[in-house]
Write a protein that binds this ligand. Structure first.
Ligand code: DSN
Length: 403
């Protein structure tokens, strides 16, 4: 191996092991998933789909891709699946391309209220090709369903999009689906953040209500980095497949598809349900401990919550992200509902427990995380003391190489 890359890889392994990973969209994949990512499957070109490829020699690749499709369809009770999107952004691009015409109107939640870049941010392709109008949150941080209905009736969109990157509450997919269908719109769900909780039966599944569902496979689902598209419609899957290839992508990453199959296999096991239950318990325990310490946090029904750092510590989110990185805690600055700071500054951070739950943290450990952050940001301990506390807690968790 290139000695420089070897050195950097080792440094990153140590960073992941010695620190506390609280980014809500990250996780630690199993060694089986990682082995498949690095497998000889990367050698094969397989443009097209199982049984209909543009290259010979795809006999084993077809079996692997079909296995991934079979497993993911079963988990989410979907009739059809496409497991080729290289990422969540590409899965969303494929979903729009398959179901809309350029210029069509989409109602979505903006990035500043918990949406995603691909849900119509002005710096993203999505807003250049489609006409996004945002629905909003209520002051308590929950989706304003009544406002969404009113907006849908006024705007008559071609699509309503649900599924978010920083939304800590359960999403009522049935209600949003009813609104979408009452105005003749396609109902799309991007379940990337909560896919693992849905797989475990701990969040309602969008599939009975949505026309098209996208996800990543590397967040709570704990697989390789990548995307998927699911649907119960034969017409939509035909369009999704054409949009994927030849529409938007070239050769599928069959090593990643093999790893996706392994991730779906793992998510089908009884232990995964216990893991997902623990994520939710840990997230609640940590949020409650912050509240107990008189810090301002959102509620949480899932794997994440928002901490208002400006009110709690007099510090903006960007400053807190940097300060915590110095003591080995990784978080991301995040806009809060109705935030008056810019996206590069923000008034808060997002905290998630999918990754640390994989390393075996329990509710006591999650509370300890809140106490370490609180005492450091309130200057009750020095940086060196906080760093020692983080190393001790991280050292008590599972080593990432053994997962
Ligand atoms: N970047 C992801 C997140 O952090 O939520 C979304 O794609």
């Amino acid at each position: 191996m290139d000695p420089k890359i070897k050195e950097y890889l080792l440094a990153e392994t140590n960073r992941q092991n010695d620190g506390l990973e609280l980014i809500a969209s990250e996780n630690f994949a199993s060694k089986e998933v990682r082995a498949l990512c690095g497998s000889i499957l990367t050698n094969k070109y397989a443009e097209g789909f199982p049984g209909h490829r543009y290259y010979g020699g795809c006999i084993n690749i077809d079996l692997i891709e079909n296995r991934a499709i079979e497993l993911v369809s079963k988990i989410f009770d979907a009739k059809y699946a496409n497991v080729q999107p290289h990422s969540g952004s590409q899965a969303n691009m494929i979903a729009y391309y398959a179901t809309l015409n350029p210029g069509d109107k989409i109602l979505s939640l903006g990035l500043d209220e918990g949406g995603h870049l691909t849900h119509g941010s002005k710096v993203n392709f999505s807003s250049k090709y489609y006409n996004f109008i945002h629905y909003h949150l209520l002051d308590d941080g929950h989706i304003d369903y009544a406002g969404l209905l009113k907006l849908a009736q006024e705007e008559k969109p071609q699509m309503i999009l649900a599924g978010f990157s920083a939304y800590p509450y359960t999403i009522d997919f049935e209600k949003i689906g009813d609104i979408a269908h009452s105005v003749g719109a396609v109902f799309m769900v991007d379940m990337a953040h909560i896919a693992g909780l849905i797989a475990a039966g701990l969040h309602p599944n969008p599939l009975p209500f949505a026309d098209i569902v996208t996800s990543t496979t590397h967040k709570t689902l704990r697989g390789p980095r990548g995307g998927i598209v699911l649907t119960n419609s034969e017409q939509i899957i035909a369009k999704v497949n054409k949009a994927t290839f030849p529409g938007l992508q070239g050769g599928p990453l069959e090593n990643i598809i093999g790893a996706k199959a392994q991730c779906f296999f793992e998510a089908s096991q009884p232990e995964f349900k216990e893991y997902a239950r623990q994520i939710i318990a840990n997230t609640k325990a940590c949020a409650n401990e912050f509240a107990h310490l008189r810090d301002v946090v959102s509620g949480t029904d899932n794997h994440l919550f928002l901490l208002n750092t400006k009110v709690s510590f007099g510090l903006t989110g960007d400053k807190v992200e940097k300060m915590l990185e110095e003591i080995g805690i990784t978080v991301n600055k995040n806009m809060l509902p109705h935030d008056d700071e810019r996206p590069t500054v923000t008034s808060g951070i997002r905290i998630g427990f999918a990754a640390l739950s994989t390393r075996g943290i329990n509710e006591d450990g999650a509370k300890e995380v809140a106490r370490i952050i609180d005492s450091f940001l309130k200057n009750k301990v020095t940086k060196e003391e906080a760093l020692t506390q983080v190393k001790e807690l991280a050292g008590s968790l599972k080593n990432i190489a053994e997962l």
